[in-house]
Design a protein around this ligand. Sequence first.
Ligand SMILES: [Zn+2]
Length: 330
Amino acid sequence: MNNNISPTAFTKAASEIESRRNKAFQTLELHKAEISQKAPEIDSLYNRILKTSIDLSRAIISHSGDIDKIIDELKNKNLQNQLKIKVMLREFGYPEDYLTAKFTCPICDDSGYVNGNRCNCFNELIKKYTVEELNESCKIELHDFEEFNMELYSNIPDSSGIIPRERMSDILAQCKNYVDTFSKNSCSLFFFGNTGLGKTFISSMIAKALIEKGFNVAFDSINNFLIRAENDHFRRSNGNTVEAIINADLVILDDLGSEFSTPFNNSTLYNIINTRINMEVPTIVSTNLSLSELNDKYDDRIISRFTGMYNTYRFFGTDIRQIKRRMKDR
Ligand SMILES: [Zn+2]
């Protein structure tokens, strides 16, 4: 992670770490209070351990007498008492770690830092809040899988013999499975087909379901992402859109082809697509363009990524917006 971190994302991440730490200590305090009431024997042993620990630090600071021997004795005493506490807790029907603070991150004990560097848990939270900030400007509405209306797809074969409703229920089932089995190394998907066939709708369902499962999903139209990236690049804003997109668990680039063809846009798009392929992390791209229109607009090296490295899905049917309009007029 570079130093170009959004201050808002940093502050949110730091305060979440702090509240995790506070929560661990609050829970410990509650457990201590409960034990002192219900099992005074354990409580007095626990206090003896605390006293031995204080004696130990005093001995280390004072550095007098046979210091090594004293330290060894105190350490031994503490160890024995800790083992005794575990046994007693079990006897009283408590888990043996009931009087140990339980941190969300055992690596940094919810301090956020290890040897002066940000712990991975802290970086993960910064990533999460950076993507959330990015998604705040997304105008696309998110939907649930239950909202998908299969009736809007015809069950009459089209000129090529394909039944849109059958094809769409197949795509829907595969997308549900994608969500159910999603991992940070899932495959990438490429949705193409005419306007108004539900590509954005399905993408938004995947985004919503995975955000609810706790994944870090960046979702917006490619055009909006690139406008933000351009503003960052020319210092009209101080975000880090490209880095946030590259680091998200899943990136959904909606409506490829809606953006202007500029050298900046083309190289940024290639950078995002290619870096994520190299990192073996998933991206979902959707487009209304046909394969020949894509070939006209983009470099071979971009197209070959989609056709060679993504699972492609062609959407079939008649523009749903038109069908909905007709249904309303009836
Ligand atoms: Zn940590």
